[in-house]
Design a protein around this ligand. Structure first.
Ligand SMILES: [Zn+2]
Length: 823
């Protein structure tokens, strides 16, 4: 699964955990008593679901036929079953056409206990059928109904079972511990597609406009990987070897499919070759659905994706779905073919998917792009580490969703990359191939991985798993060096500065050290295993720089005693992009010096790698002066990479000058990237407060991917407190609008904190929206624009509202409006 925006969350400023915190206090939401892998009384073998959807009242009836085997004599069966109304339970004799015996049952909170007719011995194969009704539950299944005045809205149904939401749409033992085969029969209007796991079998002729779809997953998987999606979709079809690949878009969006999915067959070939086990399922489908709150979900052979996966050609300057598509595809092996046995071992799913997505980048775009991606992964993890620290394998989570954090995604991916470094390319891939082949169609824990690696490579790796997987943190290296002219040697001194405690160990790792002498880089490999070590290398001349781990294999924090001269040499001459990026950052503290500004300006405009140009551009933010400003404006005008131009804009905040304002207006008018235009609008509101209102108002009408330009313009207008903007936004709500646009406007009105009758009038109808996000935004906006007369409609909505999040906001809004009325 991919949560949306863990990369963007990097930008969130994290509070530093005070140094006085003990290891126990620092573990964040990982204080729960140690859990165990969940025990089970029976083994699920096969599940057949028959679903009949009632679109009118957001419900369906289901019959779940479970074939299972008790581990011990049982006179009852306990299933996970949440928010459903169970109507019947039967014991089926022999095949499903045979005799059936009605059984008693009892529903408890999130559980269904079915009383068997007698005690059944261990090992007997039993089939029970459960008939139930599901009506608009909180989790698990979601109906999408667009509002009447939405021109592009579509009707859909999708399910989301990970981590433990399968129990909301069918009764089962809802845990990754138990694998089973499954088949799903769904009745749907003939114009709709039904997508599910595995192979599509017989589809009888429609009866009265209703078609029954029969999907069969004949190889085992776990309940959280089961899925159905129903709706009106168009197809983008491809093939890899004999496997059909179909990507589905909502009707009207097919033109965007190729941009996001064209590389899927090439990824499948690459992963199959690297992993040594060919793509294991009979088909691969990717389907983009509306109102999906996650990035993507790797349902077995039927990945579900967020609608933002699709984007137009202009948005492709800023965003790509390549990483997401590769991530979900990699899960078809790691997650689906091999499944973590408990959420405490989630890294065996998520770190592998993250690692393989970056590996695809390495293959597709080259090693430098991949190195930069890994540098970002490291920063993403380090930001989370500032808030809490845990071991990667961890059975002390309070709820499973807490495991889906940056320790499970980027940190674990970097651990696999370190394993690649320690073992070397050949042994690493032998190990991965052996692990995958030996454990396919099984649930796995980390011991299975360690054992497989040891079997395939001959290397004992307890120490590696102990420090990186069963402990938390990372080494904090400090490096300094001196040159001994008489001995012709350079002495490099490396310390591990991290506080060692119950969670954080002293680390053992190989490390590469680059010594640059007379323009030549020499690479030395050393073993770090102590808190304080020195290493001597020959150096006939004084080195111009020493760089630790220039290829950034090892996850770490790094500080160094370096002179300005050494940083300059590193920025201008190092062949490794991470070294150059670190130098740009290191030079930020010397940014008042003209030679530093000149070097950063040159790097910002000319470094061959865009990530280094971006870092140099960032370092210029505090330089002040004409030279720095001119360099930033040049970058904004000319850099080919939109993120570098956006960084130039961000760095211009302290350069309020006519040139800056003119350059921002030029970017707003001409830059092809939506994000760059958005950044320029927001910055204009900061550096030209008095004169930017018209620029911002004009931008309100511009279309863009995910309405980012509209959002930026509103943010700017709110920042300059432009009172008339609310009139304009209220007028815009008057007309038919896409859901995204209506939502963006309602959310923007909140920011103005302004009482406004016109806006209140136009926001009220949104309370009746089918879409929860829109009702929520409308309630929040009405709390700002309305008066005490708004309390009535809000109270009416509260009586009918099912979503907890909206009810909470209604209560807040009513309180606020009542208090304002009293004043
Ligand atoms: Zn994932």
């Amino acid at each position: 699964m991919r949560l949306p925006g863990w990369r963007l969350a990097l930008l969130v400023v994290c509070l530093l955990a005070p140094a006085t915190l003990s290891a126990e206090d620092r573990v964040g939401p990982f204080k729960h008593a140690e859990r165990s892998v969940r025990s089970r009384d029976f083994d699920q073998q096969h599940l057949r679901l028959d679903l009949d959807i009632n679109w009118a009242d957001h419900s369906f009836t289901g019959v779940a036929r479970h074939t299972l085997t008790p581990f011990k004599p049982l006179d009852s069966l306990t299933f996970d079953a949440a928010e459903m109304e169970v109507r019947h339970a039967w014991l089926l004799a022999g095949d499903e056409k045979g005799q059936k015996k009605e059984l008693n049952f009892e529903q408890r909170k999130e559980q269904l206990v079915v009383r068997l007719d007698r005690s059944h011995p261990a090992g007997e194969s039993l089939t029970v059928a459960i008939e139930y009704l599901v009506k608009d539950p909180e989790h698990g299944v979601h109906f999408v109904f667009p509002d009447q005045d939405e021109p592009d809205g579509q009707t859909m149904l999708w399910t989301q079972s990970e981590p433990e939401y399968a129990r909301y749409w069918f009764p089962c033992f809802d845990s990754p511990t138990d694998r089973l085969t499954s088949e799903i029969f769904v009745k749907a209007p003939v114009e709709y597609l039904v997508l599910s796991n595995g192979r599509l079998l017989d589809t009888p002729a429609p009866v009265d406009g209703v078609k029954t779809w029969h999907w069969s997953q004949a190889k085992s998987h776990v309940p959280y990987l089961m899925s159905i999606v129903v709706g009106d979709f168009e197809k983008y079809e491809q093939r890899w070897r004999d496997t059909p690949i179909t990507s589905y878009t909502p009707r009207g969006r097919l033109a965007d499919a190729e941009r996001s999915f064209a590389d899927t067959p090439a990824m499948m070939e690459f992963f199959s070759r690297k992993i040594g086990v060919a793509y294991p399922w009979p088909k691969y489908a990717q389907i983009c659905v509306d109102e999906y709150k996650w990035g993507g979900m790797e349902h077995t052979s039927a990945t579900t994706l967020n609608l933002s996966t699709l984007h137009d050609a202009q948005a492709a300057l800023d965003v790509s779905s390549e990483n997401l598509v590769a991530h979900e595809l990699a899960h078809q092996w790691y997650g689906d073919l091999l499944t973590c046995k408990d959420w405490g071992e989630l890294w065996l799913n998520e770190s592998f998917a993250t690692f393989f997505a970056t590996l695809w980048k390495e293959q597709d775009e080259g090693p430098e792009e991949a190195a930069w991606e890994r540098f970002r992964e490291e920063q993403s993890y380090l930001a989370e580490d500032k808030t809490y620290r845990r071991s990667i394998v961890n059975y002390r989570y309070d709820t499973p969703i807490k495991m889906f954090d940056r320790h499970s995604y980027p940190k674990g991916a970097r651990v696999l990359q370190m394993l690649r470094f320690e073992l070397g390319e050949d042994l690493f891939w032998k190990s991965i191939q052996h692990y995958t082949a030996a454990n396919q169609h099984r649930t796995v824990e980390t011991a299975d991985l360690r054992r497989a690696i040891e079997d395939a490579s001959g290397q004992g790796l307890n120490w590696f798993f102990d420090q990186w997987i069963y402990h938390g943190g990372h080494p904090e290296f400090h490096v300094d060096w001196r040159w001994d002219a008489d001995a012709g040697q350079v002495r490099v001194h490396i310390e591990q500065k991290q506080k060692v405690d119950d969670v954080t160990p002293l680390f053992r790792t190989h490390l590469e050290i680059e010594v640059a002498v007379a323009g030549k880089e020499q690479l030395h490999r050393v073993l770090i295993e102590k808190a304080d070590q020195t290493f001597d290398f020959p150096a006939a001349e004084r080195p111009t720089r020493v760089c630790l781990d220039p290829s950034n294999w090892v996850l770490k924090e790094l500080t160094a005693d370096k002179s300005k001269q050494e940083w300059l040499d590193q920025l201008q001459h190092d062949s490794h992009l991470v070294c150059r990026a670190q130098a740009a950052e290191g030079l930020a503290e010397f940014v008042k010096d003209t030679d530093v500004v000149a070097a950063l300006a040159q790097a910002a405009q000319q470094d061959p790698f865009w990530g280094v140009r971006e870092e140099a551009t960032k370092a210029l933010a505090n330089a002040r002066g004409d030279a720095a400003r001119k360099a930033l404006l040049q970058v904004l005008k000319e850099d080919q990479k939109s993120t570098v131009r956006q960084q130039a804009i961000a760095s211009l905040e302290k350069y309020a000058h006519d040139d800056t304002r003119a350059a921002l207006r030029a970017a707003i008018a001409d830059d092809a990237s939506y994000k760059t235009v958005s950044s320029a609008l927001e910055m204009l509101a900061k550096v030209d407060r008095a004169h930017c209102a018209d620029d911002l108002l004009q931008a309100l009408e511009r279309p863009s991917h995910r309405e980012q330009i509209l959002k930026a313009a509103c943010k700017g207008l709110a920042e300059i407190k432009h009172a008339a903007a609310v009139d304009r936004l209220a007028d815009m709500l008057e007309h038919p609008l896409t859901f995204d646009r209506r939502l963006a406007i309602a959310q923007a009105i909140v920011k103005f904190k302004q009482k406004h009758d016109g806006a209140t009038q136009r926001l009220r109808p949104l309370l009746a929206s089918q879409r929860q996000d829109l009702r929520l935004a409308a309630v929040q906006a009405l709390a700002e624009t309305g008066d005490e007369k708004t309390v009535g409609p809000l109270t009416d909505l509260r009586a009918a509202e099912k979503a907890d999040a909206v009810v909470k906001e209604i209560d807040k809004a009513i309180k606020k409006l009542n208090e304002a009325a009293k004043k």
